[in-house]
Design a protein around this ligand. Structure first.
Ligand SMILES: NC(=O)C1=CN([C@@H]2O[C@H](COP(=O)(O)OP(=O)(O)OC[C@H]3O[C@@H](n4cnc5c(N)ncnc54)[C@H](OP(=O)(O)O)[C@@H]3O)[C@@H](O)[C@H]2O)C=CC1
Ligand SMILES: N[C@@H](CC(=O)OP(=O)(O)O)C(=O)O
Length: 366
């Protein structure tokens, strides 16, 4: 099968690099276009990028020329599928231009996540929300659209929550995070601030987690999302870990749940099983029975970095139950999440060819 051509906006950053790593040998997608800021445009990717991953920068990618960040400035053919890894302020300005130019913009940034007609999607959780693209003005005019994936901490959390919400209903939730430094991009948090230290503040993170969980676990009703009716309180902290966000969760259910029922909800959670998507993990939520797991260094690469690991399920004396969840922040929490969104869109016929709004059903899996 011929691979679909894709581009990466913000290709030189931490998430952009993960896109390159994940897409380099992807069976469905081929990188043909890379763009970053004016500082990088015109240089080869090898010159422009400080490659920070532990797999080598592919020679073919290193030799590509970084393009200007505008659709009309593209030399050669502009791919109709654009993975975007831009800071929110830059994304707010640039992503609509690419959607207006007829591109499917698969975005990582927070800029449009909470906009009513923009899907905020984790495929295992709410792929039905993708139908919102049909109501976007770009879709009607050029065929283009924007689809977003959530904040990196929200992704790991909702993977663990979805099977629980389905079976028991969530009444309230308290979560405290320990977030890796790679979440702050490069160069990110100064070493003198984070070494041997914990920083109990990440700008806008608590607000994003709280509202995004409401949309992700909300239900599609016609052309809009009914937000989850649950109280969510988040504390977000930066810790001296390279990759992998760890979250301590306490939860109160609407319906009583036993330990066995909770473990069964997680182990039986396999909503994409029948879809056979290249980036989907076999088991999206893995429970580890060891008393001291999950740990970022040991567990972040489960499911090729796409699985959430849960552990330490025990009764909570304030709410009902408490547990720990861990996920890889730049794979499952960013680039891998966007690639999985694109795979679902491909499966649903929303990428090839990009057409104006159609009334086809939008949902995968069970
Ligand atoms: N890191 C993570 O764990 C996660 C990050 N995200 C989100 O993904 C996005 C990218 O994050 P991250 O990769 O960490 O950030 P980085 O700071 O590491 O990278 C930013 C990228 O954007 C490019 N850029 C900056 N200004 C412009 C511009 N005006 N036009 C075009 N490109 C520009 C940079 O190019 P140049 O090299 O030329 O400056 C670079 O490629 C952010 O919105 C972030 O919030 C989401 C989930 C997780
Ligand atoms: N803020 C997150 C990463 C991130 O960029 O999140 P968002 O995509 O919501 O801006 C972190 O620091 O770990």
């Amino acid at each position: 099968m011929e691979r679909r051509k894709v581009g990466i906006l913000g290709a030189t950053g931490m998430v952009g690099q993960r896109f390159i790593q994940l897409l380099n040998h992807h069976p469905w997608f081929e990188i043909t276009w890379l763009a970053a800021s004016d500082r990088s445009a015109g240089k080869t990717y090898g010159e422009a990028c400080k490659w920070k991953l532990d797999t080598p920068l592919p020679a073919k990618i290193a030799a590509m020329t970084v393009q200007p960040n505008v659709p009309e400035g593209a030399t050669g053919e502009l791919p109709k599928i654009i993975f975007a890894a831009l800071d929110a302020d830059v994304a707010r300005e640039l992503e609509p231009k690419f959607a207006a130019a007829g591109c499917a913009v698969i975005s990582n940034s927070s800029a449009f996540r909470m906009v009513a007609d923009v899907p905020l999607v984790v495929p295992e959780v709410n792929s039905d929300h993708l139908s919102l693209i049909e109501t976007q003005s770009w879709r009607k005019e050029s065929g283009g659209y924007i689809v977003t994936n959530p904040n990196c901490s929200a992704i790991g959390l909702v993977l663990a929550l979805k099977p629980l919400e389905e079976r028991f209903g969530i009444e309230s939730l308290f979560v405290s995070t320990m977030q890796a430094v790679s979440g702050a991009g490069y160069p990110g948090v100064p070493s003198l601030d984070i070494m041997g230290n914990v920083v109990p503040y990440i700008k806008n993170e608590e607000e994003k987690m709280q509202e995004e969980v409401g949309k992700l676990l909300g239900s599609l009703s016609g052309n809009h999302i009914e937000m989850l009716d649950a109280k969510v309180s988040a504390h977000c902290n930066r810790v001296a870990v390279e990759d992998g966000h760890t979250e301590c969760v306490s939860i109160k259910f609407k319906k009583k749940a036993t330990r066995e029922e909770i473990l069964a909800a997680w182990s039986e959670f396999a909503p994409l099983d029948s879809a056979h998507l290249p980036t989907a993990p076999d088991q999206p939520v893995e429970y580890d029975t060891a008393v001291d797991r999950p740990q970022p260094r040991l567990d972040r690469m489960r499911g090729n970095g796409m699985a959430a690991t849960v552990g330490r399920l025990r009764e909570c004396s304030l709410l009902d139950w408490k547990f720990v969840v861990l996920s890889h922040n730049t794979i499952r929490g960013a680039a891998g999440a966007a690639v999985l969104n694109a795979e679902v869109l491909a499966l649903l016929g929303k990428l090839d060819p990009l057409k104006k709004a159609a009334n086809s059903p939008v949902a995968v899996g069970a």
